[in-house]
Design a protein around this ligand. Structure first.
Ligand SMILES: [Zn+2]
Length: 169
């Protein structure tokens, strides 16, 4: 499911925020716009939901700080260069990945699935909670349109259509 442009503009105050999975930017705006429903702080979001804590221990302190500040601000264009990811030989997975059992549990708990951070990390091939091999969705991790956001859904996690039918039966 593609998140509509008006919703994206509404949460980021910008149409040009790049949809980045690992080190997103413009997060101060996002947090500010979430204040009506949540007390979430920007650093909580960064530490608990982005790849920043995975990369930062391997960066010099000043660069790690620059990356953190770039993520909070709306000038995120150079984040990946600062984090050294552009020069790295580590390749990111091509598609968002999911664990069928996590997907099933999300549906039961929240009524919808979501992309789990741990499943998108390069080198993680098996769900650490269920021991299941991660499945590729149809949603590109680095999409054709860098301003589009895709939520996990039955459209892009097609392998789970049977699972959904099973749950709803
Ligand atoms: Zn799982």
């Amino acid at each position: 499911m593609l998140i509509p442009e008006s919703d994206r503009r509404g949460v980021f105050n910008s149409q040009t925020t790049v949809a980045t999975v690992d080190l997103p930017s413009n997060l101060n705006n996002l947090i500010q716009n979430l204040q009506i429903i949540s007390n979430y702080q920007v650093e909580d979001l960064i530490y608990k939901h982005t790849f920043y804590p995975l990369y930062s221990p391997f960066l010099p302190a000043n660069r790690s700080n620059q990356v953190l500040e770039s993520m909070k601000g709306d000038y995120g264009g150079d984040i990946h260069t600062r984090a050294g990811i552009m020069a790295s030989s580590i390749t990111m997975p091509k598609y968002f990945r999911f664990c069928p059992t996590c997907w099933e549990e999300d549906l039961k708990s929240y009524g919808e699935p979501y992309w789990h951070r741990i499943h998108q990390i390069s080198g993680v091939l098996v769900c650490p909670f269920h021991g299941e091999v991660l499945q590729d969705s149809l949603a590109l991790l680095h999409g054709f349109n860098k301003h589009e956001y895709y939520a996990a859904s039955t459209d892009n996690c097609s392998i789970n259509n049977n699972t959904v039918a099973k749950i709803r039966a």
